[in-house]
Design a protein around this ligand. Structure first.
Ligand code: GTP
Ligand code: MG
Length: 488
């Protein structure tokens, strides 16, 4: 390995009890030793922690590995530290010897008193002594390049850092431990065996032999299709975990949308008034229910309006429904106008939208009234929907609504295994792999030439290999790692 030695602040940039600077590369021990007043780090055991001082030596830096004895070296170091050096901070230095390190390279972590100024000074001195600043994600990229982790695991580290709730943390950790990698590599190995045999057939083309039992290949194809489809389906849940589930709160003006938002959040987030058209812009807030994030979007009441600004709000509300997974449609039970409400709701439906109709203000209405509202809706709306009567003012049945939201996400969980796709790139690669597998299937069915069959098989292999990084290009890599923070 002949890589530069890189350094970066690994902790958040700001004041803290301690900060950590990470150094990785062939010269990590040598460089840090030059600026460390304490034990000679080039000779200490791996995975040990050492107390000392970071110093900015003004004179010639000492040579590591010279004939001087350790003791003499220490003495001369102290002299330098006392007279010609600037002592920057009192630190603890952790030493990790390759290959059992995060990057699989020699690495050092310097724990200093958490001041951004000290961090800056230490980084400057490291650079002066031969290290260079790491680029975003470069430590993780090295872990990948050095074969310590595969690409999907590298991506899971970014997800782990970004995780904001229990579900996303769990899925990212599972991926880091190799969940998706294992699943994919099993699929790939099976396919690889067949591809090798098919290519062998190509070598013996003149002899007209078949090494590959076509019906066994068909079995494998069915199996692959089933497994890839399952993984693809898990993306819906993966997306819910990673990005939260978008819930559009929709209804005519004064239906009680903003009151509901406030009741769900248990805070006075949105302005509520009895003037129709109070909310004009969309208001988005995150609510966590049983470890899952929901992005609640309060919107302007839907109606035809001459008010230019309100009209923009109405347009935005409709756009939010188009992007949402769940539509919560509010009907003011006291003043329901069936024709208008049913038409509006109808215009928002799409087959993959989960719909919950809420009859609001139940504190003002007789219970029998709700039954009739529900039955009119059931008669007119073909798509499946849940119906709940609520009073946001009296906090009635709000828990039922929360349960309904939560069970929507729970039922997205696949029963097949617990590997969940959360990454758009993996989703696309799997989609392409499924397409290639279909092509292989067609190729076998139509008795196509072995050459073409081999070509389709290689395509499928490549698509699967993209997920782990076995087949990938620099552009893809650059794109993935640039999204990391510096120091990771
Ligand atoms: N009694 C009763 N009144 C409610 C309830 N929910 C909302 N209201 C009242 O209905 C009126 C309108 O409520 P909002 O929450 O502002 O309605 P909105 O749907 O956000 O209205 P726009 O923003 O104008 O589209 C207010 O006077 C609320 O106090 C409820 O559950 N019970
Ligand atoms: Mg409102």
């Amino acid at each position: 390995m002949n890589q530069d030695t890189i350094c970066a602040l690994a902790t958040a940039n700001g004041v803290g009890a301690i900060g950590i600077i990470r150094v990785s590369g062939d010269k990590a021990f040598e460089i840090v030793s030059k600026i460390f007043d304490g034990k000679d780090l080039t000779t200490v055991k791996s995975h040990t922690v050492h107390y000392g001082f970071i110093v900015d030596r003004k004179s010639e830096s000492r040579k590591v590995g010279s004939e001087k004895s350790d003791e003499m070296l220490r003495e001369s170091q102290h002299d330098i530290a006392d007279e010609k050096s600037d002592v920057i901070d009192e630190v603890m230095v952790s030493v990790f010897r390759a290959p059992k390190t995060f990057t699989a390279e020699d690495s050092v972590e310097i724990s200093f008193h958490g001041s951004p100024f000290i961090a800056k000074r230490i980084l400057e001195i490291l650079i002066k002594n031969g290290a260079r600043m790491a680029k975003a994600g470069e430590f993780t990229m090295r872990a990948f390049m050095n074969g310590r982790i595969d690409l999907s695991q590298a991506e899971s580290i970014a997800d782990l850092i970004a995780s904001e709730n229990e579900a996303s943390r769990k899925v990212a950790l599972n991926q880091l431990k190799g969940g998706i990698s294992n699943e994919i590599s099993i699929l790939r190995n099976d396919l690889l065996n067949f591809t090798s045999l098919i290519e062998l057939e190509l070598d013996f083309a003149e002899e007209d032999v078949e090494f590959v039992d076509r019906s066994a290949l068909m079995n494998l194809i069915q199996n692959l299709k089933f497994k890839i489809q399952n993984l693809l389906e898990s993306f819906k849940y993966g997306n819910a975990i990673k990005n939260g589930t978008a819930v559009a709160i929709i209804g005519k003006p004064n239906a009680g949308k903003s009151t509901l938002l406030n009741a769900l959040l248990k805070e006075e987030r949105a302005i509520v008034s009895n003037i129709a058209g109070t909310t004009r812009d969309t208001i988005e807030e995150v609510l966590h229910i049983k470890g899952h994030a929901f992005r609640l979007i309060d919107t302007a009441g839907l109606r035809n309006t001459a008010d230019e600004i309100e009209a923009i709000g109405v347009k935005k509300a409709r756009e939010k429904v188009a992007q949402a997974e769940i539509l919560v449609y509010l009907v003011d039970a006291a003043t329901v106008d069936f024709k208008e409400d049913l038409e509006t709701l109808q215009s928002l439906l799409r087959p993959d939208l989960k719909v919950i109709v809420l009859a609001t203000k139940m504190d003002e209405i007789l219970p029998s009234h709700y039954n009739s509202i529900e039955s009119v809706f059931r008669d007119s709306i073909q798509q499946d929907f849940d119906f709940i009567e609520i009073s946001a003012v009296e906090n009635h049945n709000i828990q039922d609504l929360k349960n309904e939201l939560s069970s929507y996400v729970e039922q997205l969980k696949s029963e097949e295994g617990n590997v969940v796709i959360t990454n758009q790139r993996h989703f696309e690669a799997l989609g392409n792999a499924l397409h290639s597998v279909h092509q292989v299937e067609e190729a076998v069915n139509s008795g196509i030439t072995t050459e073409l069959l081999a070509y389709e098989l290689r395509n499928a292999l490549e698509n699967l290999g993209e997920i782990s990084g076995e087949f990938t290009n620099d552009e893809v890599l650059g794109n993935i790692f640039s999204k990391f923070c510096i120091g990771k």
